[in-house]
Design a protein around this ligand. Structure first.
Ligand SMILES: N[C@@H](CCC(=O)N[C@@H](CS)C(=O)NCC(=O)O)C(=O)O
Length: 229
């Protein structure tokens, strides 16, 4: 039995980020699936924020998907998912931060917002963010299939899960990737071919159904509460 336990939920894009890292590194782990609508009582002890993902490694407990991925990167060095050069590593972390701070909150808030003006403002933030990525990252002419070039990295694994869920934004809020974002589309295709993504991905219908309660305002979980703030 593995000394790594991973607490996950199939619907969760944050858990998917860390599943992708576990799979890309070929790490063996015990998968514990949590029903987020009906969390077991013991889960409060495992997860201080009452959220997935959580990783337990012997006596060590790590939560927050980006931090779990950094932990995996430090403990399981091969294959490396961050560049060796400190400057390039810093740039990778800037992109992960961009996703966490700019894109992901806007994704949830635009679904939860009931005010039309606020939705328009958040839609603009999302589309501007995509144009920024197209200009400064994927379409910047650096080359390679992935965010940082030829090798998949923690940036790809952090950003991909919410991008897999683009149909949710389109279905509920009419927000679509602009036509000129061809490099983002090519990146999504390249990601879709990876084994790790194939093993964790779901189709548009699944995602659209999963976010119905965000879009109709009835979501009452910890994530919805946090994102409403
Ligand atoms: N910032 C956290 C977010 C994790 C998160 O929001 N997980 C959701 C599922 S996608 C969750 O467990 N929510 C519990 C709830 O809504 O009650 C991370 O990156 O790990």
């Amino acid at each position: 039995m593995s000394d790594l336990q991973f607490y996950s939920a199939e619907v969760c894009p944050f858990a998917q980020r860390s599943l992708l890292a576990l799979m890309e590194k070929g790490i063996e782990y015990e998968h514990i699936e949590i029903d987020l609508r009906n969390k077991p009582e013991w889960f409060e002890k495992v997860s201080p924020y009452s959220k997935v993902p959580v990783l337990k490694h012997g006596e060590t407990r790590v939560y927050e998907s980006s931090i779990i991925n950094e932990y995996l990167e430090e403990v399981y060095r091969e294959p490396a998912l961050l560049p060796a050069d400190a400057g390039a590593r810093a740039q990778a972390r800037i992109w992960i931060d961009f996703d966490n701070v700019k894109f992901v909150p806007a994704f949830y808030k635009v679904l939860l917002a009931d005010d039309a003006a606020r939705r328009r403002e958040l839609a603009e933030t999302i589309v501007d963010g995509w144009r920024f990525v197209e200009r400064e990252a994927l379409g910047s002419g650096a080359g390679g299939n992935y965010w940082l070039g030829d090798e998949v990295s923690l940036v790809d694994l952090a950003v991909y899960p919410h991008m897999e869920r683009l149909a949710v934004l389109e279905a509920y809020r009419g927000i679509a990737l602009p036509r000129e974002c061809g490099a983002i589309r090519a990146w999504l295709e390249a990601m879709g071919e990876r084994q790790s993504v194939r093993r964790t991905a779901h189709d548009a219908d699944y995602h659209v159904k999963s976010y119905a309660r965000y879009a109709d305002g009835s979501a009452d979980g910890t994530t919805a509460r946090d994102m409403r703030m």
